[in-house]
Ligand binder design. Sequence first.
Ligand code: SF4
Length: 703
Amino acid sequence: IGDTEDYDREVNSVCPYCGVGCQLSFKIKDDKIKYVEGLNGPANENRLCVKGRFGFDYVAHGHRLTKPMIRREDAPEKGLNVDPANPWTHFREATWEEALDVAAGGMAKIRDEKGGKGIAGFGSAKCSNEEAYLFQKLIRQGFGHNNVDHCTRLCHASSVAALMENVGSAAVTATFNEIENADVAIVIGANPTENHPVAATYFKQFAKRGGKLIVMDPRGQGLKRHASHMLQFRPGADVSMLNAIMNVIVEEGLYDQQYIEAFTENWDAMKSHLKDFTPEKMEEICGIPAATLREVAREFANARAGMIFWGMGVSQHIHGTDNSRCLISLALMCGHVGRPGTGLHPLRGQNNVQGASDAGMIPMFLPDYQSVEDDGVRSAFKDIWKQGDVDSQRGLTVVEIMDAIHDGQISSMYILGENPAMSDPDAGHARDALAKLEHLVVQDIFLTETANYADVILPASAWAEKTGTVTNTNRQVQMGRPAVAPPGEAREDWAITVDLAKRLGLDWSYTHPREVFAEMKLSMKSLENITWDRLETENAVTYPSLSATDPGQPIVFSDGFPRSEGRAKFTPASIIAPDEVPDTEFPMILTTGRQLEHWHTGSMTRRATVLDAVEPEANASMHPRTLRRLGIEPGEKMTIETRRGSISIMARADRAVSEDMVFVPFAYVEAAANMLTNPALDPYGKIPEFKFSACRVSKATQE
Ligand code: SF4
């Protein structure tokens, strides 16, 4: 990493990893990033975590794609079989002209022969807002349908479904920094010390100054030490636990009657639904004593100001939408929305998953969550886009697209910066689907596992090489600036998408992301009063911004909700068992997630020297007693099997994991957690049940 202060220029931008959106400064010498420092951004106030501070040298890694590549005619059969250091057995170099012609030509051929629905697109939550907007526009305008999605489907789609249904908005109601004005905060199904580390520092400070931090998680975690209450409930039992807490609030009359009357609907149905969920009945199901459930209910309801934060432990279930409905109801009945220190905050994962969703890279909504089924909305977009009609039918989601490939409905994909060969549930099924495609165009910075299956690979730019805006978990739109040039012939993603669009017959003439941003403003009310020039000078503006000088509103919905009659809604939720319950054949519970040092499918962090040195080997965690029972020593290899596949992985002892569970991070290709996971979907958010599969574990046999 070298000496600090030894640099010849610096560029201010945003961290490329998680949704906290820390602002940082790249220190550059000889056109290489030497080191990184935190800036005083609204979400981080100079703080950075280990990824933001030390995870930048993947940008200059020798595996970077530097030239377009086309699959060789004599290439071996498609599979996960390409050496990223020597791809020439499978691919040959091409000029940009040739690669773009082949990429667009293949998609156009399928469009003309089979119709536009034969092609689908996965965009990236790692790219800018402008790139996300262009990507969804290309799929909708170029192919005449809505089969466009991205990794939000794998993280918070169920939270978005519940928020849209009950609050009328898909973003947080308050920034996480508002915790400093709260008296009590619930953190459920989230592990911020690993996944949102800088946000976690604010949560710890809150606890330190006397705030009541209530952590609810089937797995122990770093915030436990700072918590006033740690509820380590049974995996999948969220609804029973939350309904029991709400039952206490109703039975003891702790709810905010005035708030409920002024700002909500469906309260009577909610009240009567909760009658049966007494803590005494629910303690057996959720594993939390009735007395603790009562104490937590009183603590949250009686507080002057309370917040709720949640993560993928809540959302990645077949009842993920129900889990979020419960959290929304809990906040509403206590009147903990719309005031300082109150709010609902799903902690968003990727650096720009909020922005990519806002920009319409989802199959049911155009930009700003405007429904594709609404005639007026489609007609307004037709006026702005001037070419082609927007389809009125919702498109397919991530997992549905893989199924549609197997069914023969989809035979081509354009995948930008996503890695479904690693990130999709039942990855074997996803990889088989990718192999079946007639024509796959992958645009990325590395030869990812997904790019192994490509027909054309387009070399793109890393975040530190591009200009564009991103939106973090706090609704803060921030400006990203290029620190270094892309290597070789690699180009910015937006420019590649524009060139493909032109070859597909679209009348696009963008020459800079600022022009795309200007077009986005025509249809996105959320960007009102936010301009490119403002972002250039102010670096961040929170939406909604009420005037040209308003830095934005950290808290929304003080005087009503963007729903009919301005009221939020209570939607009761009943208990639904996980899709795959443990049995004698598969007696344990598999759950998956991230680790502090590695990001998602590992394509960046496993190529970042410091991060990979700290966590170099695929590992899975189990309670020491479980390991002893199975005769496995920590450090030994064990085999984990589900009905979909098996992996061999190093065992790690961790008392935080309950005795019936194994935790596997999903960053490691050599032991890919998603070979095991269950693709069963939540019916509303269409999110897979990553957090619960039945599995069995045994000591690996020596080879
Ligand atoms: Fe980057 Fe998130 Fe860490 Fe901030 S908390 S430095 S945004 S990874």
